[in-house]
Design a protein around this ligand. Structure first.
Ligand code: CA
Length: 226
């Protein structure tokens, strides 16, 4: 198999290259995010071993850019961090599995074989509600043919609404899922961001799909359920 290793620590990169070559694979090694994207885009690898912490930009971004470019080689993410949020971000970015450092080479090798057996991952579903579309993997969103220019929080908020079309979302549910902190009964951050989002997805198109449910929260109009 032809494998790509994206790892900036020379000792770890050397160990991986030597170990994988001893198993009969052909191994390319690069040490930065941009080089990882370049190599992964230009070459048909059977699998990619991708460190999270990299110079340039991190492994999450490498995975995102490869998927956005339509490159679907299975990705095994190496993370020094074990927080659930990191794992979720990695999988959302388009990685297929992760391995926390420190790991044994035997474990790494078994994970790579399992990923390659499983084959190329399915392209993740692009969410659509009416003529709104959102691609969680490449972090892009559109109204009709227009690509929307959203901040990270606006994107997360729109994604939440699009995963629950036509449903009432309370301010506390939105705070909990998008801001990851508990509702204190005072904060109007949700209202502010809903207003920002309306200015980008509704107002320029003469629409009002993001509805206020008085005294309760917000709801994204779902034309499919009307
Ligand atoms: Ca690193």
């Amino acid at each position: 198999m032809r494998l790509l290793v994206v790892e900036d620590e020379p000792r770890m990169a050397g160990l991986l290259k030597r170990g994988l070559e001893e198993e009969g694979h052909s191994v390319d090694v690069v040490g930065t995010g941009p080089e990882g994207v370049w190599m992964g885009t230009e070459n048909p690898y059977s699998a990619i071993v991708l460190d999270v912490m990299l110079p340039g930009f991190d492994g999450f971004e490498v995975a995102r850019r490869l998927r956005a470019a339509g490159r679907w080689a299975p990705i095994l993410l190496l993370t020094a961090r074990t927080e659930v949020a990191d794992r979720v971000e990695g999988l959302d970015a388009g990685a297929d599995d992760y391995l926390a450092k420190p790991f044994s080479f035997v474990e790494l090798s078994a994970r790579i074989r399992a990923l390659v057996r499983r084959g190329q991952p399915e392209r993740p579903v692009v969410l659509s509600v009416g003529d709104l579309r959102l691609d969680p993997a490449s972090r892009r969103a559109w109204r009709g043919e227009d690509e929307l220019d959203l901040s990270a929080k606006e994107f997360a908020l729109l994604e939440l609404f699009m995963r629950h079309p036509g449903e009432l979302l309370t301010r506390s549910a939105i705070l909990d899922q998008v801001w990851d902190y508990a509702y204190d009964g005072v904060s109007n951050v949700v209202d502010q961001y809903v207003a920002y989002l309306r200015r980008k997805i509704d107002r320029p198109y003469g629409r009002s799909d993001l509805k206020t449910v008085r005294g309760a929260g917000y709801r994204l109009h779902d034309p499919g359920s009307a």
